[in-house]
Design a protein around this ligand. Structure first.
Ligand code: ADP
Length: 398
């Protein structure tokens, strides 16, 4: 029988999952439970192009996990699940790689919740629920922060009193590590180079966005920091602002720190600039019809991205390729084109036709063959990366 790894990404009101075949690495079933904790909680399963949607009688995480279990039972798939892999956002400085979950790992993830109060408690809920619904199965935690633990001190320290680092863990951690790791390994394979010989700047551009400087497969720097708010312009997050903004807004408007943090996370970025939408595709459509807000939002997004990519080359000392991934990176020829044109001085020359042809499912090189530095579209697959780590730690065939 074919074995599967169940990959779980648990949020406070959602549970995303994928059942990954450990032999061909394809997803046999994927799904999403949403609105957990609300009366209209529901779950969707996708298998072989078919979609099944159910309302959840027990509309919480346990109810969602039980619904997954009975869906798998009905299709005689439950016994094929040999391990469970969980996405965990924050592993602090403790977790430098994925790890098998035991009581002490759970305690450390709990401790890291002070750094990710919205995410880690939800992941713990997912882990505990999976433990009770799938007793006896090995479970693995795969951390968004782990890949960036190779950053040197000069890249991860903020220039604030060192006591804040020692006593409160104030430093840059970086996120999207699972995607950056998958995509850089994939790009090395696509270019036919050993990963150890590569110098990439990887741009993961989804609703959240970050770039990472990856040298020989090791993260040397990244644009996100203590929290996922730092760095690039994102869907509704501001990215870098002057930290003086907090004091200025507090005295100018009387807003609390929590309200300002919320504004920077949820009302800023593409949404704040365009006054229209946080969704890149919608903004491209509006921009093509001359919407001034959409035009400036996309322009700021591209400029800030190009600037960050150029800055990341300092961490590498050289540059082989710029990699685009995530919903925007894989699909927006417009933004990729804008960014690559701004980076011409680094040795990138766009191949317009290849750029227009590249999208999700169609990865490849989008610079001209004579371009000294390449740019690639690479389809990310965080679920597969989690499944591969899980299988490796549980010593299954991969
Ligand atoms: P998340 O970070 O939530 O996983 P995704 O990686 O799916 O998000 O990225 C979502 C973003 O990708 C949205 O801004 C969406 O508009 C954008 N996107 C998806 N398809 C396209 C497209 N064809 N053109 C431009 N942007 C796109």
């Amino acid at each position: 029988m074919i074995n599967h790894t169940l990959v779980i990404n648990c949020g406070s009101s959602s549970l995303k999952f994928a059942l990954i075949n450990t032999v061909d690495h394809r997803a046999t079933v994927t799904g999403l439970a949403e609105k957990l904790g609300l009366p209209d909680a529901c779950i969707t399963f996708k298998q072989n192009g078919q979609k099944v949607e159910l309302t959840l009688a027990q509309g919480n995480h346990t109810g969602a996990m039980k619904a997954i279990l009975s869906y798998l039972d009905e299709r005689e798939l439950t016994t094929s699940v040999t391990a469970i892999g969980h996405r965990v956002v924050h592993g602090g400085e403790t977790f430098k790689q994925s790890t098998l979950i035991d009581d002490s790992v759970i305690a450390t993830i709990e401790d890291c919740a002070r750094l990710a109060p919205l995410h880690n408690p939800a992941h713990l809920l997912g882990i505990r629920t999976a433990q009770s619904c799938f007793p006896g199965l090995p479970q693995v935690a795969v951390f968004d922060t782990a890949f960036h633990q190779s950053m040197p001190q000069h890249a991860y320290l903020y220039a604030v009193p060192m006591a804040l680092y020692r006593e409160h863990g104030v430093r840059r951690y970086g996120f999207h590590g699972t995607s950056h790791r998958f995509v850089t390994a994939e790009a090395a394979r696509m270019l036919g180079k050993p990963l150890a010989d590569t110098a990439f700047v990887c741009a993961h551009l989804g609703n959240g966005a970050s770039v990472a400087a990856v040298l020989g497969g090791n993260s040397m720097d990244t644009s996100m920091g203590l929290t996922p708010l730092e760095g690039l312009v994102m869907g509704s997050r501001s990215g870098d602002v002057d930290p003086g903004l907090f004091g200025y807004l507090a005295s100018a408007t009387g807003m609390s720190t929590a309200a300002i943090t919320d504004l920077l996370n949820k009302q800023s970025g593409l949404l704040g600039l365009s006054e229209l939408s946080s969704d890149c595709r919608e903004l491209e459509q509006a921009a093509s019809e001359g919407h001034a807000g959409a035009l400036i939002a996309l322009e700021v997004f591209s400029y800030r991205l190009a600037k960050q990519i150029a800055a990341m080359t300092v961490a590498l000392g050289r540059l082989d390729a710029v990699l685009f991934t995530g919903g925007i990176g894989e699909n927006s020829a417009l933004l990729r084109g804008n960014v690559i044109r701004q980076l011409g001085f680094l040795g990138l020359t766009l191949d317009d036709a290849a750029n227009l042809a590249a999208c999700r499912g169609h990865s490849g090189v989008i610079t001209r063959v004579d371009s000294p530095v390449a740019a690639l579209v690479v389809n990310t697959n965080e679920e597969l990366m989690i499944a591969l780590d899980t299988a490796a730690l549980c010593q299954q065939p991969v």
